[in-house]
Design a protein around this ligand. Structure first.
Ligand code: GDP
Ligand code: MG
Length: 220
């Protein structure tokens, strides 16, 4: 569901930056999904993060006409602040994409998804709403409840959000979920920047010959 705005995207060293926030109950696997995507690693147990933490990943983002562009994707993590509802509006604001995350083995985490969606939406006007996707994590677990997942699919369809069953532990569908979000954000990026002078747009990276500072295997 692409939504356009008239503002252009912020840049770092000439490279566009897109901000993504993960939202959902404590323990659903947000930090694990980020680590799987960025480093292709998984650690059992809750990992401590610092407030204001983010991870940058340089990704090739698909655009129109089979074009693509290298962009810095900044993944914002809650640092456990969702546990005592102490996330500030700063965490929600100025995001291009939001991953609504729940744990397939804990129904109550699905029931809280609407709360997280609304908490994010409260920070946006109609024309600048970020792209949302839904991620149902821990899908390798046999105890998952498929009835609740069915409800999640219906909720996602009604909202026109893409929905993915993932496992950060077993590396199932994590790349696919992130790539779908990149693709949605790429479309909006183009809409925002379409009216820019040709010269500026043509600074897009020559993928064959690019010399990127960070190269993530997930994104190639
Ligand atoms: N079985 C299983 N456990 C997971 C998965 N992803 C994360 N976990 C575990 O769930 C717990 C919470 O993960 P964490 O990433 O810290 O959740 P967060 O609070 O949402 O950031 C930890 O014990 C993780 O090892 C998964 O895909 N499958
Ligand atoms: Mg965490």
């Amino acid at each position: 569901m692409a939504k356009s705005t008239t503002n252009s995207s912020p840049m770092i060293q000439g490279q566009p930056i897109l901000n993504v926030a993960l939202l959902g109950e404590y323990g659903v696997g947000k930090t694990s999904l980020i680590r799987r995507f960025k480093y292709n690693i998984y650690n059992e147990g809750v990992t401590q993060e610092t407030v204001g933490d983010f991870e940058d990943v340089i990704c090739i983002v698909p655009l129109r006409h089979n074009e693509s562009r290298s962009m810095r994707i900044r993944l914002h993590d809650t640092a456990g602040m969702e546990k005592d509802s102490s996330l500030t509006s700063n965490y929600y604001r100025h995001k291009d994409g939001i991953i609504l995350t729940w744990d397939l083995t804990r129904e109550e985490t699905y029931r809280r998804l609407g709360h997280w969606e609304q908490a994010a939406l409260n920070n946006y006007r109609d024309h600048d709403i970020p792209q949302f996707i839904v991620v149902a994590n821990k899908c390798e677990n046999q105890e998952m409840d498929s009835k609740v997942y069915q409800q999640c699919l219906e909720y996602s369809q009604a909202k026109k959000y893409s929905c993915f069953k993932t496992s950060a532990r077993d590396s199932i569908n994590v790349k696919q979920a992130f790539h779908e979000l990149l693709s949605l954000m790429g479309k909006v990026y183009e809409e925002k920047n379409y009216s820019k002078p040709e010269r500026e747009l043509s600074r897009s990276v020559d993928l064959e010959n690019s010399d990127l500072p960070i190269k993530d295997p997930c994104c190639n």
